[in-house]
Design a protein around this ligand. Structure first.
Ligand code: SR1
Ligand code: MG
Length: 423
């Protein structure tokens, strides 16, 4: 089995070495208060890649995330570059001026240990868990629409001179190991036989084999894979699913941007949209005799719509106010007669992102059901036939989105295609 090469100075943190590290950071130490010997340390990571510690003291607590030299979900047989921690930290720094209140505060980045010391979000929980439990978050969809609009607008050619954007492209092009994960796990593996894949069997055996010989479906997925690699529209979070968002009833924070890179804006939009849809399709598996979850499903569809419409209106509003980039140069459109044509061109650009959002959302839905890394929305359904039914519904929707995009011109077209009873 291969093992990862680790740089000198790197070691996997344990409670003792973690306390020594934090104890040397005066600001963080003051925030926690007391002496390191009295602090409680817990490892709480439940993601696919990293270690996550909570350190609690008499007055406060912090979170420490460290990259492991391998994929945590697979073990040391799948080595993984440590520098994902650097790219995560670089993303936080790059977007903080635009979305500061929607990401955690970063207190310290340790370049030798590939670890980030940051704000502990409490009483926040992972959004995916809240949605599985049928909880509702009134600000979520608007916050997320604004998050994608602001992070993408301000890092795009709409707001940046190209020299600045090219520096960003060049920096984040180094995140090759994680871009490779996305290329393989999202756009390739689900459509061929791979040891990394799994699916609910035997319930989904037929549909999975169908997918592997469905030429139009594979071409559509491959086209989105090509777009993923070749369109450097903006700095993306790169993994914006509902496990990368933490929430309370009133607060929304986006975490885990280690997959950050310059890519198509529809990829971030599609990740969030697709994961709302996955949660929608999983709801029958979480129904109880007292709650069939139909109302929760309606709420989810409303949120999908609010997410898209907020993104659209926010992006266009930002463009009206901050057109400082090289796309549609402001100096070129300074006469009053230019306004209608410019407005319509900007709207057309944003509307092109809608089609991208749907295509990428479909790719994301498929990979979470037939590929390597699944989601708790479905994995938490113990009854395999019921789980298979829920997953088959999501796969059918994803396949329709990819193979018949001409049926989906508006968000209402998408919501109308979701199979609801009683209509
Ligand atoms: C090998 S990593 C598998 C998945 O986990 C992350 O959250 C990303 O979504 C990645 O594709
Ligand atoms: Mg993650």
């Amino acid at each position: 089995m291969p093992t990862a090469q680790v740089p000198a100075g790197y070691r996997i943190l344990d409670p003792k070495s973690l306390l020594a590290l934090i104890g040397d950071l005066n600001d963080v130490r003051a925030l926690i208060a007391g002496r390191p010997e009295e602090w409680q340390v817990r490892e709480v990571g439940d993601g696919n890649l990293n270690l996550v510690f909570i350190v609690e003291g008499p007055r406060g607590s912090i979170c420490v995330k460290q990259a492991l030299p391998y994929v945590r979900a697979a073990g040391p047989s799948w080595p993984m570059a440590l520098d994902r921690a650097f790219f995560e930290n670089s993303y936080y720094r790059a977007v903080a001026p635009y979305v500061g209140e929607l990401i955690p505060k970063v207190y310290h980045y340790d370049a030798e240990l590939y670890c980030t010391v940051m704000e502990r979000l409490s009483p926040h929980i992972i959004l995916r868990h809240g949605l599985i439990a049928g909880r509702r978050y009134p600000n979520l969809a608007r916050d997320m629409g604004q998050f994608v609009a602001r992070s993408c607008f301000f890092t795009s050619d709409c707001a940046q001179p190209f020299e600045h954007k090219f520096d960003g492209i060049s920096l984040f092009a180094g995140n090759k190991a994680l871009i490779r994960i996305s290329v393989d796990l999202i756009f390739t593996d689900p459509y061929l036989v791979s040891e990394r894949n799994r699916h609910t069997s035997p319930q989904l055996d037929d549909v999975v084999s169908d997918f592997r010989c469905d030429g139009p479906l594979k071409v559509a997925a491959a086209q989105f894979g090509q777009k993923f690699l070749s369109q450097t529209q903006a700095l993306l979070h790169g993994d914006l699913h509902t496990g990368s968002v933490m929430v309370t009833d009133s607060d929304t924070r986006v975490i885990d941007p280690e997959f950050a890179f310059y890519g198509p804006i529809g990829f971030d939009l599609g990740a969030f949209f697709g994961n709302l849809m996955l949660n929608w399709y999983s709801q029958p598996g979480h129904a109880t005799p007292r709650d069939d979850r139909a109302a929760h499903q309606e709420w989810l569809l409303e949120q999908a719509k609010i997410f898209w419409t907020t993104f659209r209106s926010s992006f266009l509003a930002l463009w009206s106010e901050h057109a400082q980039g090289d796309a549609f140069p402001a100096a070129m459109f300074s006469s009053p007669g230019d306004a209608p044509a410019l407005k319509s061109a900007r709207s057309a650009f944003v509307d092109s992102l809608f089609a991208d959002m749907l295509g990428f959302s479909a790719c994301k839905m498929i990979r979470r059901i037939v590929g390597f890394a699944h989601v708790a929305d479905f994995d938490g359904i113990q009854d395999a036939p019921l789980r298979g039914d829920c997953e088959a519904g999501a796969l059918a929707m994803a396949r329709l989105l990819l193979t018949h995009p001409e049926q989906f011109h508006s968000i209402d077209d998408v919501l109308g295609a979701v199979p609801r009873s009683g209509r």
